[in-house]
Write a protein that binds this ligand. Structure first.
Ligand code: NAD
Ligand code: UGA
Length: 467
Protein backbone atom coordinates (compact mmCIF):
# COMPACT_ATOMS: atom_id res chain seq x y z
CA UNK A 1 0.00 0.00 0.00
CA UNK A 2 1.44 3.41 -1.00
CA UNK A 3 0.69 6.28 1.35
CA UNK A 4 0.26 9.94 0.61
CA UNK A 5 0.27 11.81 3.92
CA UNK A 6 -1.72 15.05 3.83
CA UNK A 7 -3.21 15.09 7.30
CA UNK A 8 -1.63 14.15 10.63
CA UNK A 9 -3.40 13.86 13.97
CA UNK A 10 -1.46 13.77 17.23
CA UNK A 11 -3.38 12.60 20.29
CA UNK A 12 -1.89 14.39 23.31
CA UNK A 13 -0.80 18.06 23.35
CA UNK A 14 1.76 17.72 26.12
CA UNK A 15 5.50 18.21 26.49
CA UNK A 16 6.11 15.80 23.60
CA UNK A 17 3.05 16.21 21.36
CA UNK A 18 3.23 20.02 21.25
CA UNK A 19 6.94 20.50 20.40
CA UNK A 20 7.37 17.40 18.20
CA UNK A 21 4.32 18.18 16.04
CA UNK A 22 5.41 21.82 15.78
CA UNK A 23 8.70 20.62 14.29
CA UNK A 24 6.90 18.31 11.85
CA UNK A 25 4.54 21.14 10.81
CA UNK A 26 7.43 23.58 10.38
CA UNK A 27 9.27 21.25 8.04
CA UNK A 28 6.25 19.88 6.17
CA UNK A 29 4.18 22.93 5.18
CA UNK A 30 2.01 20.89 2.82
CA UNK A 31 0.82 18.60 5.63
CA UNK A 32 -1.96 19.69 7.99
CA UNK A 33 -1.11 18.77 11.59
CA UNK A 34 -3.89 18.64 14.20
CA UNK A 35 -2.72 18.28 17.80
CA UNK A 36 -5.68 17.22 19.93
CA UNK A 37 -6.23 16.88 23.64
CA UNK A 38 -9.11 16.28 26.04
CA UNK A 39 -7.73 18.98 28.31
CA UNK A 40 -9.58 22.12 27.20
CA UNK A 41 -7.43 24.45 29.31
CA UNK A 42 -4.26 23.10 27.74
CA UNK A 43 -5.61 23.56 24.21
CA UNK A 44 -6.76 27.10 25.06
CA UNK A 45 -3.24 27.87 26.27
CA UNK A 46 -1.73 26.48 23.05
CA UNK A 47 -4.07 28.83 21.18
CA UNK A 48 -3.41 31.89 23.35
CA UNK A 49 -2.48 35.00 21.37
CA UNK A 50 0.06 35.81 24.06
CA UNK A 51 2.84 33.37 23.20
CA UNK A 52 4.27 33.73 26.71
CA UNK A 53 1.19 31.85 27.91
CA UNK A 54 1.82 28.61 26.02
CA UNK A 55 1.37 25.66 28.41
CA UNK A 56 4.99 24.65 27.98
CA UNK A 57 8.08 26.75 28.30
CA UNK A 58 10.78 25.63 25.85
CA UNK A 59 13.39 27.94 24.35
CA UNK A 60 12.62 28.39 20.63
CA UNK A 61 9.10 26.93 20.81
CA UNK A 62 7.06 30.11 20.62
CA UNK A 63 8.89 31.22 17.46
CA UNK A 64 7.78 28.02 15.68
CA UNK A 65 4.24 28.30 17.00
CA UNK A 66 4.11 31.86 15.68
CA UNK A 67 5.14 30.67 12.22
CA UNK A 68 2.88 27.61 11.92
CA UNK A 69 -0.13 27.96 14.19
CA UNK A 70 -3.41 28.19 12.31
CA UNK A 71 -1.51 27.78 9.02
CA UNK A 72 -0.75 24.05 8.99
CA UNK A 73 -0.59 23.47 12.77
CA UNK A 74 -3.81 23.40 14.80
CA UNK A 75 -4.49 22.74 18.47
CA UNK A 76 -7.98 21.34 19.01
CA UNK A 77 -10.23 19.49 21.39
CA UNK A 78 -12.17 17.80 18.59
CA UNK A 79 -10.40 14.46 18.99
CA UNK A 80 -12.84 12.29 17.03
CA UNK A 81 -13.12 14.65 14.08
CA UNK A 82 -9.34 15.02 13.80
CA UNK A 83 -8.85 11.26 13.98
CA UNK A 84 -11.41 10.83 11.20
CA UNK A 85 -9.51 13.25 8.91
CA UNK A 86 -6.06 11.74 9.46
CA UNK A 87 -3.81 9.60 7.25
CA UNK A 88 -1.30 9.23 10.07
CA UNK A 89 -1.99 9.30 13.82
CA UNK A 90 0.59 9.74 16.57
CA UNK A 91 -0.30 8.47 20.04
CA UNK A 92 1.49 10.90 22.34
CA UNK A 93 -0.44 10.52 25.56
CA UNK A 94 0.82 10.17 29.11
CA UNK A 95 1.98 6.75 30.35
CA UNK A 96 2.52 7.24 34.09
CA UNK A 97 3.23 4.57 36.66
CA UNK A 98 0.13 2.64 37.77
CA UNK A 99 -1.11 3.73 41.16
CA UNK A 100 -3.42 0.81 41.84
CA UNK A 101 -4.11 -2.78 40.87
CA UNK A 102 -1.66 -5.28 39.44
CA UNK A 103 1.79 -3.74 39.03
CA UNK A 104 0.88 -0.64 41.07
CA UNK A 105 3.97 1.47 41.74
CA UNK A 106 5.92 -0.08 38.87
CA UNK A 107 4.05 -0.95 35.69
CA UNK A 108 2.99 1.70 33.18
CA UNK A 109 -0.63 2.73 33.25
CA UNK A 110 -1.74 2.22 29.66
CA UNK A 111 -5.28 3.44 30.17
CA UNK A 112 -4.74 6.51 27.96
CA UNK A 113 -2.93 4.53 25.26
CA UNK A 114 -5.72 2.00 25.18
CA UNK A 115 -8.37 4.74 25.11
CA UNK A 116 -6.56 6.36 22.16
CA UNK A 117 -6.41 3.04 20.30
CA UNK A 118 -10.14 2.53 20.85
CA UNK A 119 -10.91 6.05 19.61
CA UNK A 120 -8.79 5.41 16.52
CA UNK A 121 -10.46 2.04 15.91
CA UNK A 122 -13.84 3.71 16.02
CA UNK A 123 -13.29 6.98 14.19
CA UNK A 124 -10.35 6.56 11.81
CA UNK A 125 -10.79 5.69 8.18
CA UNK A 126 -9.04 2.67 6.68
CA UNK A 127 -5.34 2.42 5.74
CA UNK A 128 -4.16 4.75 8.47
CA UNK A 129 -0.66 4.61 9.97
CA UNK A 130 -0.79 4.57 13.76
CA UNK A 131 2.41 5.55 15.55
CA UNK A 132 3.33 4.95 19.18
CA UNK A 133 5.29 7.99 20.30
CA UNK A 134 4.49 7.63 23.99
CA UNK A 135 7.02 5.61 25.96
CA UNK A 136 5.43 2.23 26.56
CA UNK A 137 6.35 -1.26 27.78
CA UNK A 138 7.78 -3.60 25.18
CA UNK A 139 4.98 -5.45 23.33
CA UNK A 140 2.43 -2.62 23.65
CA UNK A 141 2.18 -2.50 19.85
CA UNK A 142 0.57 -5.91 20.09
CA UNK A 143 -2.16 -4.50 22.34
CA UNK A 144 -2.70 -1.58 19.98
CA UNK A 145 -2.84 -3.87 16.94
CA UNK A 146 -5.30 -6.17 18.70
CA UNK A 147 -7.63 -3.29 19.55
CA UNK A 148 -7.39 -1.80 16.07
CA UNK A 149 -8.00 -5.09 14.33
CA UNK A 150 -10.77 -6.51 16.48
CA UNK A 151 -14.13 -6.76 14.81
CA UNK A 152 -17.05 -4.65 15.91
CA UNK A 153 -20.28 -5.00 14.02
CA UNK A 154 -21.47 -1.54 15.02
CA UNK A 155 -18.65 0.34 13.33
CA UNK A 156 -17.46 -2.26 10.82
CA UNK A 157 -14.02 -2.19 12.42
CA UNK A 158 -13.02 -5.40 10.71
CA UNK A 159 -13.11 -3.64 7.36
CA UNK A 160 -10.48 -1.12 8.34
CA UNK A 161 -6.77 -1.68 7.89
CA UNK A 162 -4.19 -0.11 10.22
CA UNK A 163 -0.38 -0.08 10.12
CA UNK A 164 1.28 0.23 13.55
CA UNK A 165 4.77 1.69 14.00
CA UNK A 166 6.88 2.55 17.02
CA UNK A 167 8.65 5.91 16.90
CA UNK A 168 9.80 6.82 20.40
CA UNK A 169 10.77 10.37 21.23
CA UNK A 170 14.19 11.18 22.69
CA UNK A 171 13.89 14.93 23.26
CA UNK A 172 14.95 16.39 26.60
CA UNK A 173 12.98 19.18 28.19
CA UNK A 174 14.69 22.55 28.15
CA UNK A 175 16.47 21.65 24.90
CA UNK A 176 13.47 20.10 23.12
CA UNK A 177 13.54 22.33 20.05
CA UNK A 178 17.23 21.82 19.44
CA UNK A 179 16.89 18.08 20.09
CA UNK A 180 14.04 17.89 17.58
CA UNK A 181 15.89 20.03 15.03
CA UNK A 182 19.15 18.05 15.32
CA UNK A 183 18.26 14.62 16.68
CA UNK A 184 21.02 12.05 17.31
CA UNK A 185 18.72 9.55 15.66
CA UNK A 186 15.14 8.89 14.64
CA UNK A 187 14.07 5.39 15.61
CA UNK A 188 11.34 3.65 13.65
CA UNK A 189 10.20 0.17 14.57
CA UNK A 190 7.78 -1.70 12.37
CA UNK A 191 7.15 -4.51 9.96
CA UNK A 192 5.47 -2.80 7.02
CA UNK A 193 7.93 -1.31 4.53
CA UNK A 194 5.60 1.25 2.94
CA UNK A 195 4.32 2.73 6.20
CA UNK A 196 7.90 3.00 7.50
CA UNK A 197 8.85 4.84 4.28
CA UNK A 198 5.90 7.22 4.71
CA UNK A 199 7.07 8.16 8.22
CA UNK A 200 10.70 8.40 7.05
CA UNK A 201 9.64 10.83 4.31
CA UNK A 202 8.23 13.19 6.93
CA UNK A 203 11.47 13.18 8.96
CA UNK A 204 13.68 13.34 5.87
CA UNK A 205 12.45 16.89 5.22
CA UNK A 206 14.95 17.99 7.88
CA UNK A 207 16.80 14.96 9.29
CA UNK A 208 19.60 13.29 7.25
CA UNK A 209 18.59 9.78 6.17
CA UNK A 210 21.64 8.24 7.83
CA UNK A 211 20.24 9.26 11.21
CA UNK A 212 17.11 7.19 10.71
CA UNK A 213 17.38 3.78 12.36
CA UNK A 214 14.94 1.00 11.52
CA UNK A 215 14.31 -1.91 13.88
CA UNK A 216 11.56 -4.36 14.59
CA UNK A 217 8.73 -3.14 16.82
CA UNK A 218 9.96 -4.73 20.04
CA UNK A 219 13.54 -3.45 19.70
CA UNK A 220 12.24 0.05 19.15
CA UNK A 221 9.96 -0.07 22.20
CA UNK A 222 12.68 -1.56 24.39
CA UNK A 223 15.37 0.84 23.13
CA UNK A 224 13.44 3.81 24.51
CA UNK A 225 13.23 2.33 28.02
CA UNK A 226 16.86 1.24 27.82
CA UNK A 227 18.11 4.66 26.69
CA UNK A 228 16.45 6.35 29.67
CA UNK A 229 17.72 3.67 32.05
CA UNK A 230 21.32 4.11 30.81
CA UNK A 231 21.10 7.91 31.09
CA UNK A 232 19.69 7.73 34.60
CA UNK A 233 22.34 5.19 35.54
CA UNK A 234 25.08 7.66 34.58
CA UNK A 235 23.53 10.31 36.80
CA UNK A 236 23.28 7.88 39.72
CA UNK A 237 26.89 6.81 39.12
CA UNK A 238 28.28 10.34 39.29
CA UNK A 239 25.99 11.18 42.23
CA UNK A 240 27.37 8.21 44.16
CA UNK A 241 30.88 9.53 43.52
CA UNK A 242 29.84 13.05 44.61
CA UNK A 243 29.29 11.74 48.13
CA UNK A 244 32.68 10.05 48.14
CA UNK A 245 34.30 13.29 46.94
CA UNK A 246 32.75 15.18 49.85
CA UNK A 247 34.18 12.61 52.28
CA UNK A 248 37.66 12.50 50.78
CA UNK A 249 38.49 15.99 49.56
CA UNK A 250 38.26 15.06 45.88
CA UNK A 251 36.33 17.33 43.52
CA UNK A 252 33.56 15.67 41.49
CA UNK A 253 33.99 18.03 38.53
CA UNK A 254 37.66 17.12 38.29
CA UNK A 255 36.80 13.43 38.51
CA UNK A 256 34.08 13.83 35.85
CA UNK A 257 36.51 15.62 33.55
CA UNK A 258 39.21 13.00 34.09
CA UNK A 259 36.93 10.05 33.38
CA UNK A 260 34.93 11.83 30.67
CA UNK A 261 38.04 12.43 28.59
CA UNK A 262 38.14 8.68 27.99
CA UNK A 263 36.24 8.46 24.70
CA UNK A 264 34.60 5.24 25.86
CA UNK A 265 33.02 7.08 28.80
CA UNK A 266 32.59 10.58 27.19
CA UNK A 267 31.97 13.81 29.11
CA UNK A 268 28.20 14.11 28.67
CA UNK A 269 25.65 13.45 31.40
CA UNK A 270 28.22 13.43 34.19
CA UNK A 271 26.95 16.43 36.16
CA UNK A 272 26.24 15.70 39.77
CA UNK A 273 23.10 17.16 41.31
CA UNK A 274 20.33 16.64 43.85
CA UNK A 275 19.10 13.53 42.04
CA UNK A 276 17.43 13.15 38.69
CA UNK A 277 13.87 14.33 38.30
CA UNK A 278 11.52 14.66 35.35
CA UNK A 279 8.47 12.73 34.36
CA UNK A 280 10.27 9.84 32.73
CA UNK A 281 13.48 8.45 34.25
CA UNK A 282 11.81 7.11 37.38
CA UNK A 283 8.67 5.80 35.69
CA UNK A 284 10.59 4.22 32.83
CA UNK A 285 13.05 2.43 35.12
CA UNK A 286 10.18 1.27 37.32
CA UNK A 287 8.58 -0.09 34.19
CA UNK A 288 11.81 -1.84 33.21
CA UNK A 289 12.04 -3.36 36.68
CA UNK A 290 8.46 -4.56 36.37
CA UNK A 291 9.11 -6.09 32.95
CA UNK A 292 12.25 -7.87 34.18
CA UNK A 293 10.36 -9.37 37.11
CA UNK A 294 7.49 -10.30 34.81
CA UNK A 295 9.91 -12.27 32.61
CA UNK A 296 11.53 -13.90 35.69
CA UNK A 297 14.76 -11.86 35.54
CA UNK A 298 14.97 -10.84 39.21
CA UNK A 299 18.71 -10.06 39.17
CA UNK A 300 18.28 -7.72 36.22
CA UNK A 301 15.33 -6.06 37.96
CA UNK A 302 17.42 -5.53 41.11
CA UNK A 303 20.28 -4.05 39.10
CA UNK A 304 18.05 -1.30 37.70
CA UNK A 305 16.17 -0.79 40.96
CA UNK A 306 19.51 0.22 42.50
CA UNK A 307 19.74 3.16 40.10
CA UNK A 308 16.48 4.45 41.56
CA UNK A 309 17.43 3.70 45.15
CA UNK A 310 20.67 5.64 44.82
CA UNK A 311 18.72 8.56 43.35
CA UNK A 312 16.32 8.61 46.29
CA UNK A 313 19.25 8.48 48.71
CA UNK A 314 21.02 11.38 46.97
CA UNK A 315 17.99 13.65 47.35
CA UNK A 316 17.42 12.66 50.97
CA UNK A 317 21.03 13.14 51.99
CA UNK A 318 20.91 16.78 50.86
CA UNK A 319 18.05 17.58 53.23
CA UNK A 320 20.03 15.96 56.07
CA UNK A 321 23.21 17.91 55.27
CA UNK A 322 21.27 21.20 55.35
CA UNK A 323 19.75 20.44 58.75
CA UNK A 324 23.12 19.30 60.17
CA UNK A 325 24.99 22.39 58.96
CA UNK A 326 22.32 24.67 60.47
CA UNK A 327 23.14 23.41 63.99
CA UNK A 328 20.84 20.38 63.77
CA UNK A 329 17.60 22.35 63.77
CA UNK A 330 15.80 24.49 61.21
CA UNK A 331 12.60 25.03 63.15
CA UNK A 332 11.24 28.50 62.27
CA UNK A 333 14.38 29.30 60.32
CA UNK A 334 13.86 31.04 56.98
CA UNK A 335 15.45 29.30 54.03
CA UNK A 336 15.59 30.62 50.46
CA UNK A 337 14.98 28.07 47.71
CA UNK A 338 16.37 28.89 44.27
CA UNK A 339 14.79 26.74 41.60
CA UNK A 340 11.80 24.41 41.65
CA UNK A 341 11.72 22.88 38.14
CA UNK A 342 13.48 19.53 37.72
CA UNK A 343 16.11 21.12 35.48
CA UNK A 344 16.80 24.52 33.95
CA UNK A 345 14.91 25.99 30.98
CA UNK A 346 11.63 24.21 31.64
CA UNK A 347 8.57 24.97 33.76
CA UNK A 348 8.08 21.23 34.38
CA UNK A 349 8.26 20.16 38.01
CA UNK A 350 7.32 16.50 37.65
CA UNK A 351 9.47 14.40 40.05
CA UNK A 352 11.62 17.45 40.71
CA UNK A 353 14.08 16.82 43.57
CA UNK A 354 13.07 20.30 44.80
CA UNK A 355 9.70 18.89 45.83
CA UNK A 356 11.15 16.27 48.17
CA UNK A 357 13.81 18.57 49.59
CA UNK A 358 11.27 21.35 50.26
CA UNK A 359 8.87 18.86 51.87
CA UNK A 360 11.69 17.55 54.11
CA UNK A 361 12.70 21.06 55.19
CA UNK A 362 9.09 22.03 55.90
CA UNK A 363 8.67 18.84 57.90
CA UNK A 364 11.67 19.95 59.98
CA UNK A 365 9.88 23.24 60.69
CA UNK A 366 11.57 25.64 58.26
CA UNK A 367 9.82 28.53 56.53
CA UNK A 368 10.72 28.43 52.86
CA UNK A 369 10.98 31.40 50.51
CA UNK A 370 10.77 29.90 47.05
CA UNK A 371 11.78 31.45 43.73
CA UNK A 372 11.78 29.89 40.26
CA UNK A 373 11.88 31.93 37.04
CA UNK A 374 9.24 29.81 35.27
CA UNK A 375 7.27 27.76 37.80
CA UNK A 376 4.02 29.30 39.07
CA UNK A 377 2.89 29.57 42.68
CA UNK A 378 -0.07 27.30 41.84
CA UNK A 379 2.21 24.57 40.56
CA UNK A 380 4.37 24.73 43.69
CA UNK A 381 1.28 24.64 45.88
CA UNK A 382 0.00 21.57 44.11
CA UNK A 383 3.41 19.82 44.21
CA UNK A 384 4.05 20.42 47.90
CA UNK A 385 0.66 18.84 48.74
CA UNK A 386 0.75 20.38 52.20
CA UNK A 387 -2.99 20.78 52.47
CA UNK A 388 -3.47 17.06 51.95
CA UNK A 389 -1.25 16.33 54.94
CA UNK A 390 -3.85 17.74 57.34
CA UNK A 391 -5.01 21.09 58.54
CA UNK A 392 -1.92 21.96 60.46
CA UNK A 393 -1.83 25.70 59.82
CA UNK A 394 1.89 25.98 60.51
CA UNK A 395 2.42 23.59 57.58
CA UNK A 396 0.35 25.58 55.13
CA UNK A 397 2.08 28.80 56.20
CA UNK A 398 5.44 27.17 55.84
CA UNK A 399 6.40 28.59 52.50
CA UNK A 400 6.02 31.73 50.45
CA UNK A 401 6.50 32.47 46.80
CA UNK A 402 8.82 35.20 45.53
CA UNK A 403 9.19 36.75 42.13
CA UNK A 404 12.74 37.90 42.67
CA UNK A 405 15.64 35.77 43.84
CA UNK A 406 16.99 38.46 46.20
CA UNK A 407 13.72 38.52 48.15
CA UNK A 408 14.36 34.91 49.22
CA UNK A 409 17.44 36.05 51.15
CA UNK A 410 15.63 38.48 53.43
CA UNK A 411 16.31 37.35 57.04
CA UNK A 412 17.11 33.86 55.78
CA UNK A 413 19.70 31.59 57.40
CA UNK A 414 20.41 29.71 54.20
CA UNK A 415 19.96 29.76 50.43
CA UNK A 416 19.67 26.43 48.63
CA UNK A 417 20.30 26.29 44.89
CA UNK A 418 18.25 23.38 43.54
CA UNK A 419 17.94 24.10 39.79
CA UNK A 420 20.74 25.21 37.50
CA UNK A 421 19.03 28.29 36.02
CA UNK A 422 21.57 30.52 34.28
CA UNK A 423 20.73 33.53 36.46
CA UNK A 424 21.96 31.65 39.54
CA UNK A 425 25.50 31.73 38.16
CA UNK A 426 25.49 35.55 38.26
CA UNK A 427 24.14 36.27 41.72
CA UNK A 428 25.26 39.41 43.55
CA UNK A 429 26.42 37.65 46.72
CA UNK A 430 27.32 40.88 48.52
CA UNK A 431 23.68 41.94 48.19
CA UNK A 432 22.44 38.52 49.28
CA UNK A 433 24.76 38.43 52.28
CA UNK A 434 23.61 41.87 53.43
CA UNK A 435 20.01 40.61 53.56
CA UNK A 436 20.61 37.36 55.44
CA UNK A 437 20.80 36.50 59.13
CA UNK A 438 24.31 35.52 60.29
CA UNK A 439 25.84 33.00 60.16
CA UNK A 440 24.50 32.61 56.62
CA UNK A 441 24.85 29.56 54.44
CA UNK A 442 24.57 28.81 50.75
CA UNK A 443 24.11 25.21 49.65
CA UNK A 444 24.76 24.63 45.96
CA UNK A 445 23.38 21.28 44.76
CA UNK A 446 24.11 22.10 41.10
CA UNK A 447 27.64 23.51 41.28
CA UNK A 448 26.53 26.61 39.46
CA UNK A 449 27.31 29.49 41.82
CA UNK A 450 30.52 31.48 41.97
CA UNK A 451 31.75 30.00 45.23
CA UNK A 452 34.68 32.40 45.65
CA UNK A 453 32.39 35.43 45.44
CA UNK A 454 29.93 33.88 47.89
CA UNK A 455 32.73 33.19 50.36
CA UNK A 456 34.24 36.66 49.93
CA UNK A 457 30.81 38.05 50.86
CA UNK A 458 31.02 36.30 54.21
CA UNK A 459 28.81 33.30 53.41
CA UNK A 460 29.47 29.77 54.57
CA UNK A 461 29.28 27.52 51.52
CA UNK A 462 28.55 23.87 50.86
CA UNK A 463 29.01 22.66 47.29
CA UNK A 464 27.88 19.22 46.25
CA UNK A 465 30.70 16.81 45.42
CA UNK A 466 33.48 18.85 46.98
CA UNK A 467 35.25 18.13 50.20
P1 NAD B 1 1.86 15.08 29.08
O1 NAD B 1 1.16 14.59 30.28
O2 NAD B 1 2.52 16.42 29.10
O3 NAD B 1 0.84 15.09 27.83
C1 NAD B 1 -0.02 14.04 27.52
C2 NAD B 1 -1.35 14.64 27.08
O4 NAD B 1 -2.19 13.60 26.55
C3 NAD B 1 -2.16 15.28 28.21
O5 NAD B 1 -2.35 16.66 27.92
C4 NAD B 1 -3.49 14.50 28.23
O6 NAD B 1 -4.61 15.31 28.50
C5 NAD B 1 -3.54 13.97 26.81
N1 NAD B 1 -4.40 12.79 26.65
C6 NAD B 1 -4.41 11.64 27.36
N2 NAD B 1 -5.33 10.78 26.87
C7 NAD B 1 -5.93 11.40 25.82
C8 NAD B 1 -6.94 11.01 24.90
N3 NAD B 1 -7.50 9.81 24.94
N4 NAD B 1 -7.32 11.89 23.95
C9 NAD B 1 -6.74 13.11 23.88
N5 NAD B 1 -5.75 13.53 24.72
C10 NAD B 1 -5.35 12.68 25.68
O7 NAD B 1 2.93 13.95 28.70
P2 NAD B 1 4.31 14.15 27.92
O8 NAD B 1 5.36 14.62 28.83
O9 NAD B 1 4.04 14.87 26.64
O10 NAD B 1 4.64 12.61 27.61
C11 NAD B 1 3.88 11.88 26.68
C12 NAD B 1 4.58 10.56 26.41
O11 NAD B 1 5.88 10.81 25.84
C13 NAD B 1 4.85 9.73 27.67
O12 NAD B 1 4.72 8.38 27.33
C14 NAD B 1 6.29 10.04 28.01
O13 NAD B 1 6.91 8.98 28.70
C15 NAD B 1 6.91 10.21 26.65
N6 NAD B 1 8.08 11.10 26.59
C16 NAD B 1 8.10 12.25 27.31
C17 NAD B 1 9.19 13.11 27.20
C18 NAD B 1 9.27 14.41 27.97
O14 NAD B 1 10.30 15.05 27.90
N7 NAD B 1 8.24 14.82 28.67
C19 NAD B 1 10.24 12.80 26.33
C20 NAD B 1 10.17 11.61 25.60
C21 NAD B 1 9.07 10.77 25.72
C1 UGA C 1 15.27 12.57 29.51
C2 UGA C 1 16.19 12.05 28.42
O1 UGA C 1 17.40 12.81 28.45
C3 UGA C 1 15.53 12.19 27.05
O2 UGA C 1 16.36 11.62 26.04
C4 UGA C 1 14.18 11.45 27.07
O3 UGA C 1 13.51 11.63 25.83
C5 UGA C 1 13.32 12.01 28.19
O4 UGA C 1 14.03 11.86 29.45
C6 UGA C 1 12.03 11.28 28.36
O5 UGA C 1 11.89 10.17 27.93
O6 UGA C 1 11.20 11.91 29.00
P1 UGA C 1 14.58 14.94 30.47
O7 UGA C 1 14.05 14.14 31.61
O8 UGA C 1 13.71 15.94 29.84
O9 UGA C 1 15.07 13.94 29.30
O10 UGA C 1 15.90 15.71 30.93
P2 UGA C 1 17.41 15.25 31.20
O11 UGA C 1 18.29 16.27 30.65
O12 UGA C 1 17.66 13.86 30.81
O13 UGA C 1 17.49 15.37 32.78
C7 UGA C 1 16.83 14.46 33.63
C8 UGA C 1 17.26 14.70 35.07
O14 UGA C 1 18.62 14.30 35.25
C9 UGA C 1 17.20 16.18 35.48
O15 UGA C 1 16.72 16.27 36.79
C10 UGA C 1 18.63 16.64 35.38
O16 UGA C 1 18.93 17.70 36.25
C11 UGA C 1 19.37 15.37 35.80
N1 UGA C 1 20.74 15.31 35.25
C12 UGA C 1 20.94 15.20 33.92
C13 UGA C 1 21.81 15.35 36.13
O17 UGA C 1 21.64 15.45 37.36
N2 UGA C 1 23.08 15.29 35.61
C14 UGA C 1 23.32 15.19 34.28
O18 UGA C 1 24.51 15.13 33.90
C15 UGA C 1 22.23 15.14 33.42
Amino acid sequence: MNFSIKNICCIGAGYVGGPSMSMIALNNPSIKVNVVDLNIKRIDEWNDNNLDKLPIYEPGLKEIIKLCRNKNLFFKTSVEESIAEADMIFICVNTPTKTKGIGAGQASDLIWVEASARQIAKHARSNVIVIEKSTIPVKTALTIKTILNCSDAESNLNEKRFYVLSNPEFLSEGTAINDLKNPDRILIGGDDEKSIEALEDIYKTWVPKKKIIRTNLWSSELSKLTANAFLAQRVSSINSISALCESTGANVNEVAKAIGSDSRINPKFLKTGPGFGGSCFKKDILNLVYLCNFYGLQEVALYWQNVLDLNYWQTKRISKIIVNKLFGTITEKKIGILGFSFKADTNDTRESPSIKICQDLIEEGAILKIYDPKVSIYQIESDLKLKEKGNNSSKTNSWEFHQNLYDTAHESDAIIVLTEWEEFSNIDWVRISSLMRKPSWVFDTRRIIDRDKAMESGLETWIIGQG
